[in-house]
Design a protein around this ligand. Sequence first.
Ligand SMILES: *Cc1c(COP(=O)(O)O)cnc(C)c1O
Length: 414
Amino acid sequence: MSERWRSVAAAAGLAAADGSTRPTIFAEMTALANETGAANLGQGFPDADGPEWIRRIAAEAILTGDNQYPPGRGIAPLREAIAQQRRRRTGLDVDPAAEVLVTAGATEALAAALLAFAGPGDEVVTLEPFYDAYAALIAMSGAAHTTVPLRHDGETFRVDRAALAAAITERTRVILINTPHNPTGAVLSADELASIAEAAQRVDAIVLTDEVYEHLVFDGARHHSIAALPGMGDRTVTISSAGKTFSLTGWKIGWAVGPAPLIEAITSVKQFLTYSGGAPFQPAIARALTDGDADIRELRDALSDRRDLLIAGLRAAGFDLVVPGGTYFVCADATPFLSEAVPDGAAFARMLPWEVGVACVPVSAFCRAGSETAPALAPWVRFTFVKDEQTLRTAIARLATLRDAAAPPSAPRA
Ligand SMILES: *Cc1c(COP(=O)(O)O)cnc(C)c1O
């Protein structure tokens, strides 16, 4: 194996000590959930498909001929629909011909952008914890990965401003942020985004912003796009996707929106990754973005209810947690259930399917091994609520038995 492969495997947590590969914690937890019959609140994909009317458009497109390579930048109606939706939501004027690129999910947009903008000798800064693909993609680019912690302030997770100021240096090529944030569910505030924008301008860095949960914010909260802040339009690429917004994660229709020269550079990399894809899905998503606002509201409201259900269940079971402002996820502190035998969130997540029949993932899976942030988050685990109500109720009933499972009355906890 090549050195580059080794660094990617190490960044992704795939490298075992003996040099072989091991599965990701997500694959391990899903296998464990299947083996034990656990309610799987680990991996975050919806268990109900998106709106039928959108799926019918794709089915019809397959039958009537949208089956060959679409244009590399994406079909014009989809680029137009993306530009119009951006305009509606942010007030920014977007040129669908030059400032929009359709990609194979947000993942390809992230990959192509990082390969276009970062390389050996550069630094890419992310928040920590971070979506697991970031570390592997940054390693593929050859750049160094540095992080700014999100800290639990007793109520929510917030960007550590001092760490932000220290992390952004002349070597920083790209600042990669994510809001609403996976795994914490934090929705970055206008203030936090302003600090990030100021730091980016100070060192002339490009900002990539992963906003795949942009529509899934709760309690009337507002999602802010950093691209709309003064001076940021020229240096920001906004990445999103239809997968989470319409519960169509398998379609892998994503996009990047930004200034023409940056989109041009990303397009030239994307050209040789996949060139293009998803021909029959593109017209369906174009319609979904134009006519799907009611479906988005319905999903958001349903998710908000399920979030409340899971939060109440976790609290009743004895967890301290942070109420997520958006996304599919809630992070909970498993400290009350830790012991010598189960010392951290990773051990807890491995124990939980066997002991009570619920699967989750440790937040440490979203941290760099050995980072400064990792110890503070070591007791935390992430549960998803993008599951049907019955699965959530089953999980909650099982979690209610956790205190007994973790500490039988005969062995009182210290
Ligand atoms: C799911 C997810 C992605 C991947 O999106 P795709 O469109 O499926 O490629 C990217 N970023 C975050 C934060 C996600 O949760």
